[in-house]
Design a protein around this ligand. Structure first.
Ligand code: NAD
Ligand code: ZN
Length: 360
């Protein structure tokens, strides 16, 4: 058996207002390369108060990126990389301020600034040849665990797959719960449920272990406090918890694996463009037989927060669409293996996976 050996984030700052320490945090790195930083900021913050708190210097480049039209693409990263290198040369580092999409753009950009050719060449495990530049993540929406993971998920012409290696992991993360206060309620729910589903899937599979369970159980407990019962809802105390849950949920799946929901979610996102966290929620509501424990609680949280998820989607899908989605999903064997054990190939056949999509 191959035991996992992962790199963690080098340094983490946590606490309300900690974003104000950004400038001093990056100061020691400023002298590197061409002595300037690239800021990648979610376009949501353009014109908001955070824009005046970026602590940037005149030489820095700031990109406000709209993540809503689509999830990060290989082409987007390549274009950005070329533009930056052509205009100012190699930066000291990259700072990502935003949700999972921005975390992934910052991580991928950091790597592609030093690795030649298209990012499509590096989609997969350990394909990156050189370490990237210093990169720092400031999450502004919590749940995906992208702030801690060793992958930068990109959609390319052929696959939706991450640039995955030790160098992908952030050098520094600043967790400031004040930054997630403005997240709209539906996104607060979908992204938080991504954490919840990470923990359930990590738990209910053959690769779980005391290490992944310790993180997963703690993150699940925090999710329950945030989303279930009397104290549930979007408020400061819960935002403090959700930020930590997201990170711990990410660590839980890193040391175990995700399962059926994520395998299907990748198919749905790749073929129909559904956003990761929403896709997971659309799918998880139909997986009561596979994840009975988590499913009951999940449905309770949906009711408590009056979340309305899309229904009967598959009615509008033809056979070809369902087959394409199932093909993306079946190509994630490590997830099916984790969920169903060594004879997973006998259970998770293409037909079985197509039937799961027909539930949606
Ligand atoms: P996101 O980054 O796509 O943002 C969702 C929405 O929230 C956007 O409209 C954004 O503008 C808005 N937003 C962000 N912060 C806000 C704030 N503080 N106030 C108001 N609005 C805010 O959301 P996400 O769900 O965190 O990320 C999804 C992406 O993460 C997908 O591209 C997915 O592939 C990726 N992902 C990566 C990993 C990984 O390990 N690298 C894991 C899971 C998902
Ligand atoms: Zn996820």
């Amino acid at each position: 058996m191959q035991h996992k050996n992962f790199k963690n984030i080098d340094k983490v700052t946590y606490g309300r207002g900690s974003f104000s320490q950004l400038a001093e945090t990056i100061e020691p790195v400023r002298a590197l390369n061409k002595s300037y930083f690239v800021y990648i900021v979610d376009n949501y913050f353009k014109g908001k108060s955070l824009e005046s708190k970026l602590q940037n210097k005149p030489e820095d480049l700031i990109y406000f990126i709209d993540v809503d039209p689509k999830e990060p693409t290989t082409e987007q990263i390549d274009t950005l990389r070329d533009e930056i290198l052509n205009s100012k040369g190699l930066p000291s580092g990259v700072i990502g301020i935003g949700g999972g999409s921005i975390m992934d753009i910052a991580k991928a950009l950091s790597l592609m600034l030093t690795n030649e050719g298209s990012s499509t060449l590096y989609q997969g495990l350990n394909l990156i040849k050189k370490p990237g530049v210093y990169h720092l993540g400031v999450p502004t929406i919590s749940g995906t665990g992208a702030e801690v993971s060793m992958t930068a998920v990109l959609t390319g012409p052929e696959k939706k797959l991450g640039l995955k290696c030790d160098w992908t992991v952030f050098n520094q993360v600043i967790l400031d719960p004040e930054l997630i206060a403005t997240v709209p309620k539906d996104w607060w729910f979908y992204t938080g449920m991504d954490t919840y589903i990470h923990c359930i899937e990590s738990h209910y599979g053959i690769k779980n272990n005391a290490f992944s369970l310790a993180y997963g159980n703690q993150a699940l407990q925090l999710c329950r406090e945030v989303y279930l019962g009397q104290g549930a809802g979007q408020n400061n105390e819960n935002d403090d918890k959700l930020m930590v849950a997201s990170l711990m949920g990410g660590l839980s799946l890193t040391y175990s694996e995700v399962g059926v929901c994520h395998a299907l979610s990748y198919g749905l996102s790749k073929i129909l463009g559904t956003r990761h966290c929403l896709a997971n929620c659309i799918i998880f509501q139909h997986l009561g037989d596979i994840y009975p424990v988590g499913h009951g609680e999940f449905m309770q949280m949906i009711r408590q927060h009056q979340i309305i998820l899309p229904q009967n989607l598959s009615k509008g899908w033809d056979e070809d669409t369902i087959t394409k989605m199932a093909q993306v999903s079946i190509n994630l064997p490590f997830m099916w293996h984790h969920a169903f054990g060594d004879n997973y190939k006998e259970i998770a056949t293409l037909e079985y996976i197509k039937d799961l999509f027909r539930r949606l």
